[in-house]
Design a protein around this ligand. Sequence first.
Ligand code: SAH
Length: 231
Amino acid sequence: MSFRATVLTLYPEMFPGALGLSLAGKALERGDWSLETVQIRDFGLGRHRAVDDTPAGGGAGMVLRADVLAAAIDHAARAADGRPKLLMSPRGKPLTQARVRELAEGSGAIIVCGRFEGVDQRVIEARRLEEVSIGDYILSGGEPAALVLLDAVVRLLPGVMGNEASGGEESFENGLLEHPHYTRPPEWEGRPIPEVLMSGNHGRIAAWRRGEAEKLTAERRPDLLPHPVTK
Ligand code: SAH
């Protein structure tokens, strides 16, 4: 059974977007994964199909209504559907490669894209939405975040990446940032490729790469190391 993504959005035209090209696009054509969008507005109320309303307690902006969003979610998750229900949200747990891998091993995901100020808290609780953030900054909507999450998941699906081996060596897969890369020419603007990489000695090369990865991680992301240095 291939990975099934269902995205709830007010802008279905944003999908598959970038995921219709390159690796993800070819995988989509092959049926390695599928993508369905649900237009939240189809569940809107009244002649104008309203989906949002003013915040209780006052304040700027609009809030996605719980009743409208729940109707869209229940439609997407009809009949025993074990897929996790995610809500893209800056308040969510930051997305990690470990969570991406878990998702890729599952049957798919239902992904809700917020808009405006966000969504009514009650639907998050009642439908047990897992809030997922892609970083500490604010987007205008959840759609780019959903594209980011799906890109990360799809490249891990069986058969999607040409070179299966390269998956396990990426940054984060072993808890470290990746070592630097080089390719021809051997010298460029007076900068040679590190000698060890030209040595043909696989043991030395592996040790050098490991050392570089550890050095980079300590410099840039000490928080990733098992015992981060406390200030
Ligand atoms: N008022 C909210 C931000 C709303 S941004 C707050 O301050 O927390 C509108 C929508 O964009 C959100 O509902 C969410 O779906 C999406 N979004 C914005 N930033 C995001 C992020 N960093 N990660 C995931 N989704 C995000």
